[in-house]
Write a protein that binds this ligand. Structure first.
Ligand SMILES: [Zn+2]
Length: 417
């Protein structure tokens, strides 16, 4: 194995948003679509950013962002379903901090799925969203209080919010330090700020997908904590998602802000080492990569199964999903489709084997031995238990009945033959 010589530092066009340094190492030269995009890591603190800036981000987020991502101006039912599941995941990460009656600010409220979930939990939510189509949709569909605009421009009363959430927005902003300062300003005494960003040390995605033009900044635990600290916020909790892809941190307003000029010893080396070690071939060969692909396929299949009846409104989709989660007090299993596929394949294999066992060469049904009878009843029982396990957690009643009927037919196949 040959070692890669450390890249020579370059002068950046923008100073580092954390330590104000302007010496950095180039860690990426292309975005996920293969277009040229220079991404650098600060020598002083390890903060990663796109340098120079690729576009006019105002116009992009007001009009083009959703269309560029999803080819739509308003969310479709499957986007609502997917975002609803993400909202439930987020809820599970912070529910220990939630109290009914809390005044919440949800920054980057998008199609309104998370804000709507919090209103269902009895919290008073104001959303902020720059995208016209999504903001209007959330107002109309869920009757939410959404202020349209960028968080830097929207008027918000000081010390007026018990909880502020900003999910996957900070990395898109031109001045993340100023955004954190503004959010601290709206926090009430003992109020909490929840920030989630992609983790720059993540290796769950392909290395070719790490950088793209919409993410102007990339953080790890050290840089996010330091940036928040020098803007008057004290970290009280942080956690990574199970795949390491997302970093969620919870902050409280600190008595005074720390200095912003400090270096973070060893963080530049740490970040560049992780990025350099994340190679396409190695990534492809990891079992987690195959599992992620299967999960995505199962998720897409699950969306189709859930929405097979037609085109429900966003509110119908979310109410069904949230009713179930709030009844259970936890997130319903995300991808039962994966188990459904596994179980169906097992049932077909078992039925085929049973048919080979019980039907003789003359195509006469040889139902004579006690062994055959026992196998048959075992299969019947396992099919019914399987159908029940697959469907008990989430499916509406009629879907459960259909699956029960299907499993019965499968189990009776040898008899009907
Ligand atoms: Zn720096």
């Amino acid at each position: 194995m040959t070692s890669v010589p450390p890249a020579a530092p370059v002068c950046t066009t923008l100073p580092c948003a954390l330590c104000r340094g302007s010496l950095a190492t180039v860690v990426g030269s292309h975005d996920r679509n293969g277009a040229a995009l220079r991404t650098v890591a600060c020598e002083g603190c390890g903060l990663v950013w796109v340098d120079p800036r690729p576009f006019d981000s105002r116009q992009f987020y007001e009009q083009d962002y959703r269309r560029a991502y999803k080819n739509t101006f308003e969310p479709r039912p499957r986007h609502v379903l997917r975002a609803g599941r993400v909202a439930l995941d987020r809820w599970s990460r912070i529910k220990r901090f939630l109290r009914p009656g809390m005044r919440v600010l949800d920054v980057g409220s998008g199609g309104g799925e998370f804000s709507y979930l919090l209103t269902r939990l009895g919290l008073h939510v104001v959303g902020v969203e720059p995208n016209v189509g999504y903001a209007q949709y959330a107002q109309r569909e869920y009757a939410l209080d959404i202020r349209r605009g960028f968080i830097g421009d929207v008027e918000l009363e000081a010390a007026s919010r018990d909880l502020v959430t900003i999910w996957h927005v900070l990395e898109h902003t031109e001045d993340p330090g100023a955004v954190l300062r503004k959010l601290r300003h709206v926090l009430a005494a003992q109020g909490l700020l929840v920030v989630e960003v992609p983790n720059i040390e993540a290796t769950c995605q392909s290395p070719r997908s790490t950088f793209h033009a919409a993410h102007l900044y990339h953080f790890n635990v050290a840089t996010l904590q330091a940036l928040a600290s020098c803007n008057g916020l004290q970290a009280i909790d942080h956690r990574l998602s199970p795949d390491g892809g997302n970093l969620t941190m919870v902050f409280r307003a600190a008595d005074k802000a720390a200095a912003c000029e400090s270096r973070i010893e060893g963080n530049h080396e740490r970040v560049t080492r992780v990025l350099a070690a994340h190679r396409p071939l190695r990534h492809l060969l990891r079992p987690a990569t195959a599992l992620r692909t299967i999960r995505r396929l199962a998720g897409a299949l699950d969306e189709r199964l859930t929405l097979w009846k037609g085109k429900p409104t966003g509110k119908v989709v979310l109410d069904e999903l949230y009713d179930q989660a709030l009844r259970l007090g936890r997130v319903p299993e995300s991808f039962p489709a994966l188990r459904l596929v596994g179980w169906a394949a097992g049932a077909v294999a078992a039925a085929w084997w049973l048919e080979c066992e019980l039907v003789d060469d003359a195509h006469q049904f040889a139902w004579t031995t006690a062994q055959g009878t026992a196998i048959y009843f075992a299969l019947l029982a396992s099919a019914l238990v399987g159908a029940w396990l697959v469907t008990r957690r989430r499916s509406p009643k009629d879907m459960r009945l259909r699956l029960g009927g299907l499993s019965l037919i499968l189990a009776l196949m040898p008899v009907l033959h």
